[in-house]
Write a protein that binds this ligand. Structure first.
Ligand code: DGL
Length: 273
């Protein structure tokens, strides 16, 4: 199959979290167009089963393929952990997730070889970050903890709030006690809580946001496959946003964090895919 190099890249998440990845793609690959899907009707993914997340991911991928994307970025750790292996072989376009890039940076950056991981229940229970880290460096001790209240706090927009700070203090205490020097933000919603997490963890702990590395991984992949866009990035509507519910709420949120003016977000019926 001949893939159109000027087609958009598909990016998806359970909700607004994947915007942290889309934001890095916008900054680092400015000529690429994006079709973003946020599954706002079915968020959160982190407390659902593997079978359910695979089913959701397949539906979203079918939708993105209908939009004729040239590559897909699974901008969700939970879907990357549960569904990436299952869907990769079903596709004739490239697909990448967010877990490997984050693990790679953490393994490179840690000095005391004590790495913390925070994520959803699904991601943490899958053990996938720990597996990668151990594969990259068997000396690394991994401490992982699910922080299930973080996603609803982000979706609610409570990014800088005393309640969020209190919750973060409780979740993150263990990492301070364990003296990790590197903490992977293993859920794409969490970079939006970065300043709160920074306040709790202090200045000396390296916070790894896999979004930037994922954008660089996408750049490498598109280059390797000869799929980099030749467009100018100035086309009308280079970025299109779709959700499964509450389109206006999503649009307001997206506008508060993206370096781009989101004019329209469209609701679609993802169950029909
Ligand atoms: N942002 C997603 C992740 O990276 C999922 C959060 C959720 O829906 O629970 O895991």
């Amino acid at each position: 199959m001949k893939i159109d190099r000027n087609a958009p890249v598909g990016v998806f998440d359970s909700g607004v979290g994947g915007l942290t990845v889309a934001r890095e793609i916008m900054r680092n690959l400015p000529s690429e167009k994006i079709v973003y899907f946020g599954d706002t009707a079915r968020v959160p993914y982190g407390s659902k089963s593997k079978e359910t997340i695979i089913r959701y991911s397949r539906q979203i991928i079918r939708f993105l393929q209908e939009q004729q994307v040239k590559a897909i970025v699974v901008a969700c750790n939970t879907a990357s952990a549960f569904a990436l292996d299952a869907v990769r072989d079903e596709l004739d376009i490239p697909i990448i997730g967010v877990i490997e890039p984050g693990a790679r940076v953490a393994a490179e950056e840690t000095k005391n070889k004590r790495v913390g991981i925070i994520g959803t229940i699904g991601t943490v229970d899958s053990g996938i970050h720990a597996d990668y880290l151990k594969m990259l460096d068997p000396q690394i001790t991994v401490i992982a903890k699910a922080c299930p209240l973080f996603v609803p706090l982000v979706e609610e927009g409570w990014l800088h709030d005393s309640v969020t700070l209190e919750v973060a203090g409780r979740y993150l205490k263990e990492f301070k006690d364990e003296e990790v020097d590197t903490l992977i933000l293993g859920c794409t919603h969490y970079p939006l809580l970065r300043s709160t997490i920074r306040t709790v963890m202090g200045e000396d702990v390296r916070l790894v946001n896999p979004a930037y590395e994922t954008a660089l991984e996408l750049l490498r992949l598109l280059k390797e496959k000869d799929l980099l866009s030749t467009g100018t990035g100035q086309e009308e509507f280079p970025y299109r946003f779709y959700v499964s519910d509450l389109a206006d709420k999503f649009k307001d949120f997206a506008n508060s964090i993206l370096p781009y003016d989101v004019e329209m977000t469209q609701k679609i019926n993802i169950e029909k895919y």
